[in-house]
Ligand binder design. Structure first.
Ligand code: ZN
Length: 167
């Protein structure tokens, strides 16, 4: 396991469409392990493979006490409702913005061994599913922001130490 470098906005890798994973092998497991290490080190909520320069459909999400969720070849199969919230991204340092997302999102994906499963997330996790899956298609949350936070609002948010939603 090892830390990988997180690429930032301006790197062309972030605007490319990722390829599906077809081989559930040691190489995939190493990528997942490294992405988990990198996510935990960064303090973010989620991380997509293109953010570490790998154009594969792989995402890891920190579910807090429920551990790390690994999503391989994920697709959104159902959404419900709507929420407004603050979003940031490990690949877009120093910026935060308001984005509308569904309140509840169900994803179908494969695990590291290729087994299919479905998982539903609400609130922060629903937001994270949308944000990370967008990365796999070369999209950044900044394209969906309807208002960026001001420096004052960011300072206020950091003082309160909530709203942490970097992915
Ligand atoms: Zn992101």
């Amino acid at each position: 396991m090892a830390l990988r470098t997180i690429v930032t906005v301006g790197d062309p890798v972030l605007s490319k469409v990722c390829r599906p994973v077809t081989d559930f092998n040691d190489r995939l497991h190493e990528l997942l392990d490294d992405m988990t290490d990198t996510l935990l080190e960064s303090g973010g909520v989620g991380l997509a493979a293109p953010q570490v320069g790998v154009l594969r459909r792989v995402v890891v999400i920190d579910l807090d006490e429920d551990g790390i969720l690994e999503l391989v070849n994920p697709t959104i199969i159902h959404t419900e409702g709507e929420q407004d919230g603050v979003e940031g991204c490990l690949s877009v340092p120093g910026k935060w913005g308001m984005v509308k997302r569904p309140e509840s999102v169900t994803v179908e994906a494969q695990d590291r061994d290729g087994q299919r499963f479905q998982i539903t997330g609400t609130e922060l996790i629903a937001r994270c599913f949308c944000h990370e899956l967008d990365h796999l298609d070369g999209h950044l949350y900044t394209e969906k922001v309807y208002r960026f936070l001001t420096e004052e609002e960011i300072a206020e948010m950091n003082r309160e130490d909530n709203g942490e939603d970097k992915s």
